[in-house]
Design a binder for this molecule. Structure first.
Ligand SMILES: Nc1nc2c(c(=O)[nH]1)N[C@H]1C(S)=C(S)[C@@H](COP(=O)(O)O)O[C@H]1N2
Ligand SMILES: [Mo]
Length: 317
């Protein structure tokens, strides 16, 4: 995503980077470049088997179909936005360092009782299914993914929110030692996103645990991420550790950085340009084909009704 930094606009990176990181980078360069850094990464072949691997592939829910080809897995796991691991698309190797077991998910805020789940217990409680969804990034690229997971509505049921809960706030892990992007202190870490209760319980809102018939790749947000196919991709928060029910509208990571560019609602609309580029078309990341973008990313029949009373709100940025 093109970054708008609230602090340090025109500061050279050398000055905007905490000194320890800068020095460390220089030491790595002095020691012979990237060889040293890469050799410290885990060998994917030696990766331990995922404790939930037996749950995949899950049965496909044929209600959610796409009219475009599925993006090849190799394209998808290597073209990502995951700022915790870097501001470019090539973060897969860095994300491999993320420890995803043990992993705890906390449910708190306006709920009958606070709960914490070990990730494998949570995933095994839920009815997993596969859905084909389109994904539209605010940067005007798109993909289609065979996700596996469960309806966010089922997690809401498990959480037993109180009557005054109006929003669901979600938070990503905070591990700056593993995710070096989190050492960039001008970003409002940890990554946060939020939806209304009506959005959270809409049937399309999906918690992803897998993709391509197996546990989801770390670069794509393992072990648990959200996907809201009718909204710009930044709403679909990755590697979630906390769900908080609240009566206050959450301020998300990108909204905090640039509220006039990345709003709370962020519904896809080809007719409302981003302040710095058109949203009329999108580029398929596998074929490079240019495709017209659709209102609500083609999901209007499911979600348009959520917004009929909100005519004064900036719904589409
Ligand atoms: N924690 C976290 N979640 C995130 C992001 C991020 O940088 N950090 N990027 C978002 C953006 S902008 C997009 S387009 C999607 C990208 O998902 P993908 O890498 O699986 O394609 O993740 C979203 N979720
Ligand atoms: Mo995005």
């Amino acid at each position: 995503m093109l970054i708008k930094r609230p602090r340090g606009w025109e500061i050279p990176e050398r000055l905007a980077t905490p000194e320890s990181v800068y020095l460390n980078r220089r030491q790595i360069l002095a020691a012979g470049g990237f060889g040293l850094a890469l050799s410290a990464l885990p060998d994917p072949a030696a990766a331990e088997t995922d404790p939930t691997a037996d749950l995949y592939p899950a049965p496909r829910n044929s209600k959610y179909t796409i009219e475009r080809p599925v993006t090849p897995e190799a394209t998808n796991v290597n073209y990502n936005n995951f700022y915790e691991f870097g501001t470019h698309k090539n973060i897969a190797a860095a994300a491999d360092a993320l420890p995803i077991r043990p992993w705890e998910v906390k449910i708190d805020g306006l709920v009958e009782q606070e709960q914490t789940f070990a990730i494998d217990d949570l995933i095994r409680k839920m009815p997993l299914e596969e859905r084909l969804y389109r994904h539209r990034c605010v940067e005007a690229w798109s993909m289609t993914v065979p996700w596996t997971g469960f309806a966010l509505a089922d997690l809401v049921k498990l959480a037993k929110p109180l009557g005054d809960a109006a929003y669901l706030r979600m938070e990503t892990f905070m591990m700056p030692d593993v995710a070096s992007g989190q050492k960039q202190i001008w970003y409002p870490w940890p990554y946060v996103e939020g939806v209304t209760m009506a959005e959270a319980t809409n049937e399309l809102a999906f918690i992803v645990t897998g993709a391509y018939g197996k546990p989801v790749a770390k670069s794509m947000g393992a072990p648990l991420r959200l996907h809201l196919p009718w909204k710009y991709g930044f709403k679909s928060i990755k590697s979630i550790v906390r769900f908080t029910f609240t009566d206050e509208r959450p301020v998300s990571f990108w909204e905090d950085l640039g509220p006039e560019e990345y709003g709370f609602w962020a519904n896809v609309n080809p007719e409302v340009p981003h302040p710095r580029w058109s949203q009329a078309m999108e580029r398929d990341i596998a074929t490079n084909e240019s495709i017209p973008t659709k209102l609500f990313n083609g999901y209007a029949e499911y979600v348009a009704g959520l917004y009929t009373d909100l005519t004064d709100e900036p719904l589409y940025m």
